[in-house]
Design a protein. Structure first.
Length: 511
């Protein structure tokens, strides 16, 4: 049976073979944790961005967009806390010389214990069927309770150590848990060190310390420093949001999981400005809204779960992740953070400018509180690809690999094919293509047998294929083939546009 790791490998090689994702600078043996999106990947990525933008900006009267620069005044990062505190605890294994994030090693250890609990529960369900009382079992079974206590202890020791910035205690925790390096198998660890994740470079011609600037590690700060510009020029009333899609850069310590963890990646972030004291209400609201957005992609609910942060970031008073069951297991897809007034207050202090809002409803000025939703575009891409990737056995003992992408996100919406390359069929097919190409990204394909062509389209997730055959010349009808059912339906050429419009309508998903 194929394991989840095999599944990731298959997705990576499929992504390369069909032009979705390439290793950056591959001809020079690649650059670690940097990737390029190919002809199909660029389309899919663009469609995901568009769907997020529509859902967040166009669907909300009180949310507007922004496109701020990657470079920002260096004081921004001093104010935001990134210069002093944007770091991960790292640890090296002395035998394999491999570097790990200490927090990830501990989290993964706890996750293994949690999986033992799930295994016990699954056994119970299998044995007792409908008579099984899962809640009761989780609350009373000695094995489950023992394992849950272990997890709670780990989390509590981890939190205490991180809160106190006690890196020695983190190392002791790793040793006490008997965590071994997956490469060398040894428990021979270095001390834990903090490692700042920001990339720096120099601006201007003179290389002086004062000219050091950073590549932004998150898009959020571009929103904060523009908050008043947008509020005033857009006459925005609280509560309101500013949304942005853009590149972010982090010098990640561990970069081994394809586009899950990259050094250059894209974020889709929205900062929602609210009246102080109302942030928890909005935090709950956005948690619900965002998980709904993910589920509207048609991926089974079981792939998603919430994970509350154990150690809150320096700016947050509540935070959770929406996790996705990636081929590597449940991992963060999106973060939802109640950032308080931390960022705006810090910018006020460092810039000497007031960033207050006068609230006419309560006749008071204040620095707004902020609830942030921050989702990785590349991680969303990987989540969608991994849920869509399907190896299917067909009735006639053949197989096909099909990307069951949500139709409205598919890179190519419709492929137009003449059955043969003669008898005027290509001309007829091109006629159809020339009407559809204004609304949809189409693919014209006349090479190889129809079967092979269908397989190629399946592999890139094209939801519909239109075949022009000899009957088309007689009665202006074609067949439309559905990617998932593989069924073909004969329809009039004049109906194609209406059919596609109905099937690919983004409105249905948005509403
Ligand atoms: P992690 O714990 O996995 O490092 P994070 O908590 O540091 O992630 P955030 O700072 O909350 O991540 O960033 C918001 C979102 O940006 C994440 O949910 C993720 O989808 C995306 N993201 C963060 N770092 C990366 C990365 N290195 N590569 C790709 N996407 C990333």
């Amino acid at each position: 049976m194929a394991t989840k790791e095999d599944n990731l490998k298959s997705i990576i090689s499929h992504a390369k073979e069909y032009g979705f994702v390439f290793q950056s600078s591959e001809i020079y043996d690649g650059l670690s944790a940097v990737y390029d999106y190919g002809q199909m990947g660029a389309e899919l990525k663009k469609n995901i961005k568009e769907y997020w933008w529509k859902a967040m900006v166009n669907m909300h009267e009180n949310i507007v967009g922004l496109d701020s620069a990657i470079f920002m005044h260096p004081t921004t990062w001093k104010a935001s806390g990134h210069v002093d505190a944007f770091s991960d605890p790292l640890i090296d294994n002395k035998d394999s010389n491999k570097r790990y994030r200490a927090d990830v090693l501990i989290e993964e250890h706890a996750e293994k214990i949690r999986l033992k609990i799930e295994k016990d529960v699954a056994k119970g369900i299998k044995r007792f069927g409908d008579d099984f009382d899962e809640t009761q079992f989780r609350a009373t079974n000695p094995n489950v309770l023992r394992n849950q206590t272990k997890i709670d202890d780990i989390n509590s020791r981890y939190k205490t150590a991180m809160d106190a910035d006690d890196l020695a205690a983190i190392k002791i925790l790793i040793e006490d848990l008997g965590i071994a390096c997956p490469i060398s198998g040894s428990k021979n660890w270095t001390d834990v060190k903090q490692f700042n994740l920001m990339f720096s470079t120099e601006i201007g011609a003179v290389a002086e310390a004062a000219n050091t600037i950073y590549l932004r590690p998150e898009t959020a700060q571009g929103i904060f420093v523009n908050y008043l510009n947008v509020q005033k020029s857009g006459r925005m009333k609280i509560p309101f949001g500013i949304a942005q899609i853009g590149k972010a850069f982090r010098n990640e310590i561990v970069a081994r999981q394809f586009i899950f963890r990259m050094r250059e990646f894209e974020q889709m972030e929205m900062q929602f400005f609210v009246r102080p004291g109302e942030e928890m209400k909005w935090y709950e609201y956005w948690k619900e809204q965002r998980v709904k957005w993910h589920q509207s992609l048609g991926i089974d609910k079981k792939y998603y779960r919430f994970h509350d942060h154990i150690k809150l970031a320096h700016y947050a008073n509540a935070a959770c992740d929406i996790e996705f069951d990636f081929p590597m297991g449940f991992k963060e897809l999106e973060g939802i953070h109640s950032r308080t007034d931390f960022d705006l207050k810090q910018h006020e202090e460092h810039s000497g400018k007031k960033l207050q809002y006068f609230d006419p409803e309560i006749n008071e000025s204040y620095v707004p509180y902020v609830v942030e939703t921050s989702v990785g575009l590349d991680r969303t891409f990987l989540a969608i690809m991994s849920a869509a990737y399907t190896e299917e056995k067909l009735e006639n003992d053949t197989e096909r690999t099909v990307l069951k992408l949500p139709a409205f996100l598919a890179p190519v919406k419709v492929a137009i094919m003449p059955l043969t390359r003669k008898d005027g069929l290509p001309e007829k097919a091109r006629e159809i293509l020339n009407t559809l190409k204004f609304d949809y990204n189409c693919n014209y394909d006349e090479k190889d047998s129809p079967g092979k062509r269908y397989r190629r389209q399946d592999a890139i997730g094209t939801p519909y294929c239109v075949m022009v055959d000899h009957q088309t010349l007689e009665d202006d009808t074609v067949t439309i083939r559905d990617r998932d059912t593989m069924e073909q339906e004969r329809v009039a050429i004049s109906e194609i546009e209406a059919i596609l419009k109905d099937k690919l309508d983004i409105r249905k998903v948005l509403s």
